[in-house]
Design a protein around this ligand. Structure first.
Ligand code: NAP
Length: 318
């Protein structure tokens, strides 16, 4: 393998991006990382990392970020929002802007987009549609750019804020889930996603393709299985009470949350769109194609992943 002189990374201050940054620098890569300056924020001094202030709307910052990079890892994204524009501005327009900045260079870097399994069903929510539009924008940026799209399912691990609320409830002995939704879904531990990115860099393959990733558990999970497995780790096997919440009630809560968010100007998590995502019956995916292309294998299922992220020291093994 010829190590690229430099990687450009977005989203390094977020949950997944921080894990990527740690894994990439740990493997010896030089990383130029975009961060959004704000009062009191001082990016950590890390060996192999050069922080660059800016955002995805700032063309000058994007040009500086990708200049001379051998590969661009685009992980920045918006996962909460009230309006379509909240998501499109970053997930679609920002991805397109960054991809065009990379594609316009004399020596075009390879480009990895961290999309989402949600992009498979763009009709469900503004988030899902924006991730799908982001994929289209990257693909349209240039015929000569070697792009790859990764579509992770729900990702969990230290620093996650989406599934954390559920795991906290389970740790307290209660597993709330939408009633009457026998759906199945895949999951991925954040370290496995970081390893997948590393494998893509090393394998130097898989261009022009969109890959789904999962933790390799055949048939994935349903809510009851999550309660059982998470209960084993987070409650050391003590019982977890299942609390099915009627979907119409969740829908009312989502509507109220959306209205309040629009009024008060915060970014909501539970919205009608998010509820449509949560209650969608099939979020199963399969990472065989990516494994075949790169040699990547996931190391953590839900139990070992939770043990590593939140469990007792003696449980933290893969
Ligand atoms: N979490 C999951 O389960 C999951 C599953 C599948 C796909 N994904 C995708 O993975 C990516 C990262 O998700 P995450 O869970 O790590 O989200 P996160 O913790 O909210 O992090 C988002 C990152 O994007 C940055 N960002 C947001 N808007 C930006 C802008 N306008 N300009 C520059 N940077 C901006 C944030 O910077 P600040 O720190 O300044 O806010 C942060 O670094 C997203 O693209 C998401 O769609 C996530």
């Amino acid at each position: 393998m010829t190590a690229p002189a430099e990687l450009a990374l977005t989203g390094a201050t977020g949950f997944i991006g921080a894990a990527l940054l740690s894994r990439l620098t740990g493997a010896g890569w030089q990383v130029r990382a975009l961060y959004r300056p704000r009062a009191g924020r001082v990016p950590p001094r890390l060996t192999g990392v050069q922080w660059l202030p800016g955002n995805l709307e700032d063309q000058g910052a994007l040009d500086a970020l990708v200049a001379g990079a051998d590969a661009v890892i685009h992980c920045a994204g918006v996962v909460r929002g009230a309006w379509r524009s909240d998501f499109d501005r970053v997930n679609a327009d920002g991805a397109g802007r960054l991809a065009r900045a990379a594609a316009g260079l004399g020596r075009v870097p390879r480009f990895l987009l961290i999309s989402s399994l949600a992009a498979r069903m763009p009709q469900l929510s503004h988030y899902a549609a924006s991730k799908w539009r982001g994929e289209c924008a990257v693909k349209a940026a240039s015929e000569s750019m070697r792009w790859t799209v990764l579509r992770p399912p729900a990702v969990f691990g230290p620093g996650d804020r989406e599934l954390l609320a559920l795991f906290r409830c389970i740790a307290n002995g209660v597993a709330p889930f939408p009633a009457g939704t026998p759906g199945r879904f895949s999951l991925l531990y954040v370290d496995d996603l970081a390893t997948a990115v590393l494998r893509w860099l090393e394998a130097d393959t898989g261009y022009g393709q969109t890959f789904e990733l999962d933790d390799g558990r055949p048939g994935g999970y349903d809510w009851d299985t999550v309660a059982t497995l998470a209960g084993r780790v987070l409650r050391e096997g003590r019982p977890v009470r299942r609390v099915p919440i009627p979907v119409p009630l969740l829908y009312l809560a989502a509507l109220a949350n959306l209205a309040a968010a629009r009024l008060l100007g915060y970014a909501p998590m539970l919205t009608p769109g998010k509820l449509r995502e949560i209650t969608h019956p099939d979020w199963l995916c399969d990472s065989h194609a990516f494994a075949l292309a790169t040699g990547w294998r996931p190391a953590f299922g839900l139990e070992p992943g939770l043990a590593r992220a939140y469990g007792r020291a003696d449980q933290r093994t893969a």
